[in-house]
Ligand binder design. Structure first.
Ligand SMILES: [Zn+2]
Length: 313
């Protein structure tokens, strides 16, 4: 009897062990699949056929089409938003924002949250290819991961995932998007992602306008042992980074939302020694750190949309 019980116990323990190992393995596979997708999106956006993602073509370029397909694959209602912008004194060019929508899936439904990242970069100049891995394939690939997470999440607010074009030529895509908003009162917040690959400082900066303060309460509850997080105002960011040379308020798409009176949060790594050079490549990025940053931002946004509508109204 004792022998049989022991044998049963042993086989149960073996089974439990097997189950634990299998679950762990499944978890590992899921995590790896997620990071594999993030890496693959980043690799695609910085690849040679994307040719540095320069804005200005009459039709959506290969990068715009890629984003359209990825958002559509995720089941999001996606569209191109074409706009014209001035390139020189006399010439005009076109840009294409890619806009994907996720409606509320729980009541009460709050105001709209716009998550933006510019996908354009500097293109090619002779034999020089500007891959723009950090600026801003990093924010664009993050936008796709966030879309995937938000799709499965409880959403007390409608979400617009906005991949802007022609940011490098004067924030034109973001300005156009803001100009087409019918009622700003329906919008709560812009979350702008630009340059998320951390450098030696190992710090993620979150720049917030005064109106965005109610939305950053959940930040302290997030688990993060991988990098430092600094929550700063535009003035403080200017004082602390770049010796006051860089006007961080006007440096990226959040400025278009700020000008319209919408609260904003900007996520970025601050100064990058490879900024606007051919050295801004996928190889120069620390992918593991970047991956932690993307998951941190994604967890923050999921938590923000899960809380009752007072958070986003
Ligand atoms: Zn940028």
């Amino acid at each position: 009897m004792f022998t049989i019980v022991t044998a049963i116990k042993a086989s149960c323990n073996g089974y439990k062990q097997w189950l634990r190992t299998s679950l762990l393995l499944l978890l590992c596979v899921a995590v790896q699949a997620k990071s594999h997708q993030l890496y693959s999106d980043l690799a695609t956006l910085t690849s040679l056929p994307h040719a540095g993602r320069e804005a200005g073509s009459d039709k959506p370029n290969i990068s715009a089409q890629f984003l359209f397909e990825r958002f559509s694959e995720l089941g999001l209602n996606t569209e191109f938003q074409k706009f014209a912008f001035k390139e020189g004194f006399f010439s005009q060019a076109h840009g294409h924002n890619v806009i994907a929508q996720l409606p509320c899936n729980t009541l009460p439904c709050g105001k709209v949250v716009v998550i933006s990242a510019h996908y354009d970069h500097l293109g090619i100049n002779g034999s020089k290819i500007y891959a723009g891995a950090n600026d801003n394939a990093s924010g664009t690939a993050a936008l796709l991961t966030i879309a995937e997470q938000l799709k499965k999440a409880v959403r007390h607010s409608p979400v617009v995932l906005l991949a802007t074009d022609a940011e490098e030529k004067g924030l034109h895509g973001a300005k156009h998007f803001v100009a087409t908003i019918d009622s700003l009162a329906k919008y709560a917040l812009n979350i702008n992602l630009d340059m998320l690959a951390l450098n030696k400082k190992n710090t993620l900066y979150i720049m917030q306008s005064s109106g965005a303060r109610p939305y950053t309460q959940t930040l302290s509850k997030l688990n993060n042992n991988n990098f430092k997080v600094k929550l700063v105002s535009a003035q403080r960011m200017k004082r602390q980074l770049g010796g006051g040379r860089i006007d961080w308020l006007r440096a990226s798409d959040h400025y278009a939302f700020y000008r319209a009176g919408m609260p904003y949060l900007y996520f970025g790594m601050g100064e990058d020694k490879n900024h606007h050079s051919t050295k801004d490549t996928l190889q120069a990025m620390d992918f593991e750190k970047y991956q932690h940053v993307v998951m941190f931002i994604s967890d923050f946004i999921v938590a923000l949309l899960r809380c009752p509508s007072k958070c986003t109204s």
